[in-house]
Design a protein around this ligand. Structure first.
Ligand code: DX5
Ligand code: ZN
Length: 240
């Protein structure tokens, strides 16, 4: 599966969101990750549908909208109408998760379920075949620039095994604290969508930061350090 870089605007310069998005697209990012926060599910408030809609005109990149909000069903339509191509809801906020997933797909967006670090994978076991992706949080949601939780690596591995044992092509997205050092481990564990906020927008040039992330993944996949399991061999072929 192609490794996709999804910069999170949470750490971008909010006074220049338009030009930050244009620079991000020019730098070869695959997705734009929107962290939507309501001040209830997480102790922070960020963007709403009007902001997403305004920025939709700025880029052709798919919008990967991460809903860290309570009662997400109330906002699915508004975010799809604003231009969301992928919508992830937190399992912790959905009493009727299977119905919410269908609601997302009926609206024409790709459906994902996000899991906080402590939330077990089996929350998605019985809806796995209906998901386009799983979003595995490697920090506690609410803020950018936090430290990656290494305890999440086995969870990524287990998610990959679960997807493969069901014979599915569900993508695995990881979100939180990703940087040059840890992206090789996250990819090797089975993730193919990498959300990065601070390591793309926090310091220095956006283009250079994205290049460094890609190079780090490529380098690691090629190195012996990660062993030469058959899956890694395939990954190497895909990365060429
Ligand atoms: C947490 C957010 C962040 C963001 C990525 O609620 O979901 O994880 O996307 O931010 P960094 O890469 O700065 O951790
Ligand atoms: Zn996010």
């Amino acid at each position: 599966m192609k490794i996709k870089i999804a910069p999170s605007l949470l750490s971008a310069d909010f006074s220049q969101l338009g030009s930050e998005i244009k620079k991000t697209e020019k730098a070869g990012a695959d997705l734009i990750h929107w962290d939507i926060m309501d001040g209830h599910f997480v102790p922070n408030i960020t963007f709403g549908p009007p902001v997403v809609k305004k920025l939709r005109e700025m880029t052709k990149l798919p919008f990967d909208v991460h809903l860290m909000i309570e009662k997400p069903d109330n906002f699915l339509e508004a975010f799809v109408e604003a231009g969301a191509n992928m919508l992830s809801v937190h399992a912790e906020t959905c009493v009727h998760l299977q119905r919410t997933i269908h609601h997302v797909k009926d609206l024409g967006a790709k459906a994902g379920v996000a899991l906080n670090p402590a939330t077990p994978l089996n929350m998605v076991e019985f809806v796995l075949d209906e998901l386009d992706f799983i979003l595995i949080m490697s920090v506690n949601p609410g803020f950018g620039g936090q430290r990656f939780l290494p305890s999440i690596l086995p969870k990524i591995r287990k998610a990959k095994e679960m997807v493969e044992s069901h014979g599915l092509g569900t993508e695995i997205e990881v979100d939180g604290g990703l940087n040059e050092e840890n992206v090789p481990l996250v990819v090797e564990a089975g993730a193919n969508i990498l959300v990065a906020g601070y390591s793309v927008y926090g310091k220095g040039e956006i283009a250079r930061n994205i290049r460094l992330l890609r190079r780090s993944v490529k380098k690691a996949v090629g190195s012996e350090r990660l062993g030469s399991e058959p899956r890694l061999e395939n990954l190497k072929k895909e990365m060429r």
